[in-house]
Design a binder for this molecule. Structure first.
Ligand SMILES: Cc1ncc(COP(=O)(O)O)c(C=O)c1O
Length: 477
């Protein structure tokens, strides 16, 4: 009888790595035996899901993906994500699990941790990393659970200033994020004249508010941070300092931006943005916080880790440490700078007059159209981007800006000259929006929508232009 390393015989186990011919024949026989079993059916047999997948694949192939938080992960990451690691329960941590059968899962998690520390050039004697968080938002909440008591104070960049929901977002009338519901939050802001973080005001407010946790990091901030300054402020009010580098982690790992690890106690990141891995998160912490962070993730916030995701993260992190990835990260920034420059040449207002990272924020106020309208027409032309508040906006419902990002199309091979084309397309979309609004003779979104069909032909031509251009740049599917 043929047995694999776990001692399973071939009747119980499809062990594809074995090259032995007899073994493979036996698997084929077993598969035939189970042919009618739903367990062995292929995805293509589920027509409903398969058809949606096909449509989504076509959409991705034919679209210009400019959403700053998105990327195209690699074939190897997707393969790792779709493995039998998904079958395994492994509550706990390597060597300390609540279930049996975790010999190889332990190896996988330890490998992922090792690669995470290596990718970010961290000394394992000084830093620990938890790789189990399901995504960025739960990772941040786990940090709060670890370091804060209910009702303790935290301070992060305000959402309209570019910050993230999970950094304590509340409106005047409602606490939106659980980070504002369970903790007391007071945001800091960007200056309304420069759109840059107002470090002076931040310091004054922090000294008064005395947060226990100060958060640096954002979702829509095109400039780098003065982490040293944040450390000084945190020290002045006795706060922990956390960086949420969800957006910029790939650029930080490639040492193209300032290094938060020099100054912070904890650093969180998603793994699916610039880092180009599967959807997940990492929590890095100084060794003295290891037990608190690990306990806050499991058992306080989560159950079993998603081991297939951890496999995908491990694969992505090995890529991040490569020279090829570093060159990719350099191109992401060069392309963003080019996009900002070209858009400026088309008379767009660029927030902060440029970018240090992968994000370009465009203020449409002077064009007289809202981010909602721009996003809508862009989507009809196969261009994905998102409306975004500009710090001076009075209402979050009608933001004046759009946020653009270069990581995804750079993964598909776009270079500087391709981003000149992107700017041209965005200019054409903007011109079309202005025409539609003029035809509608109103600023209302509903009137705008009612008049779109009058420009069907122009929309069709633009969509085809975008689609034909994008199709030439491959992505793993
Ligand atoms: C800065 C920042 N932190 C956290 C998150 C949350 O990540 P997730 O969507 O994976 O929960 C995001 C997502 O956009 C983000 O931009």
């Amino acid at each position: 009888m043929f047995v694999n390393k776990s001692g399973c015989n071939v009747k119980q186990c499809v062990y594809t790595k074995n090259k032995n011919k007899v073994f493979r024949k036996k698997i084929a026989m077993n598969t035939m035996k189970y042919n009618n079993d739903i367990l062995f059916k292929n995805l293509v047999d589920d027509k409903d899901v398969h058809d949606i997948l096909k449509d989504e694949t076509d959409r991705q192939v034919c679209s210009m993906e400019l959403i700053a938080s998105e990327n195209f992960t690699s074939r190897a990451v997707m393969q790792a994500n779709g493995t039998i690691f998904t079958n395994k329960y492994s509550e706990g941590y390597p060597g300390k699990r609540y279930y049996g059968g975790n010999e190889f899962i332990d190896k996988l998690e330890e490998l992922c941790q090792k690669r995470a520390l290596e990718a970010f050039h961290l000394d394992p004697k000084e830093w620990h990393v938890n790789v189990q968080s399901y995504s960025g938002s739960p990772a941040n909440f786990s940090v709060y659970t670890a370091l804060l008591q209910p009702c303790d104070r935290l301070m992060g960049l305000d959402l309209p200033s570019g910050g993230h929901l999970t950094h304590g977002y509340a409106t005047k009338n409602k606490k939106i994020s659980n980070s504002a519901i369970y903790f007391k939050s007071m945001p800091y802001k960007v200056r309304e004249d420069t759109f840059l973080i107002d470090y002076k005001e931040l310091e004054e407010n922090a000294i008064q508010f005395k947060p226990k946790l100060l958060i640096v990091g954002a979702s829509a901030y095109p400039r780098d941070y003065d982490y040293n300054k944040f450390r000084e402020v945190a020290d002045k009010c006795g706060a922990y300092l956390m960086a949420d580098i969800a957006h910029t982690s790939g650029l930080i790992a490639s040492q193209l931006l300032n290094n938060p690890f020099e100054y912070c106690d904890v650093v969180t990141t998603t793994t699916h943005k610039t880092l180009r891995g599967p959807r997940g998160a990492l929590i890095f912490c100084k060794k003295q916080f290891q037990d608190l962070i690990d306990f806050a993730v499991f058992p306080s916030s989560q159950g079993g880790p998603h081991n297939n995701t951890i496999a995908g993260i491990a694969v992505a992190l090995k890529q991040v440490a490569s020279q090829e990835y570093k060159e990719y990260a350099e191109r992401v920034i060069q392309n963003a700078k080019q996009l900002a420059q070209s858009l400026w040449e088309y008379d767009f207002d660029i927030v902060t007059d440029g970018t240090d990272n992968h994000i370009v924020l465009v203020d449409l106020t002077r064009k007289g159209i809202s981010g909602n309208k721009f996003e809508k027409i862009a989507e009809m032309c196969n261009v994905s981007l998102n409306k975004n508040t500009i710090a001076t906006d009075k209402s979050a419902f009608s933001p004046s800006g759009i946020r653009l990002g270069t990581p995804a199309m750079t993964s598909r091979g776009f270079k500087k000259e391709d981003f000149e084309f992107v700017a041209r397309i965005l200019y054409e979309i903007c011109t079309l929006c202005i025409k539609i609004q003029h035809t509608a003779q109103s600023n209302k979104l509903s009137d705008f929508t009612d008049n779109i069909s009058k420009y069907d032909l122009k929309l069709k031509i633009l969509k085809e232009k975008v689609s034909n251009y994008c199709k030439k740049y491959p992505l793993p599917v």
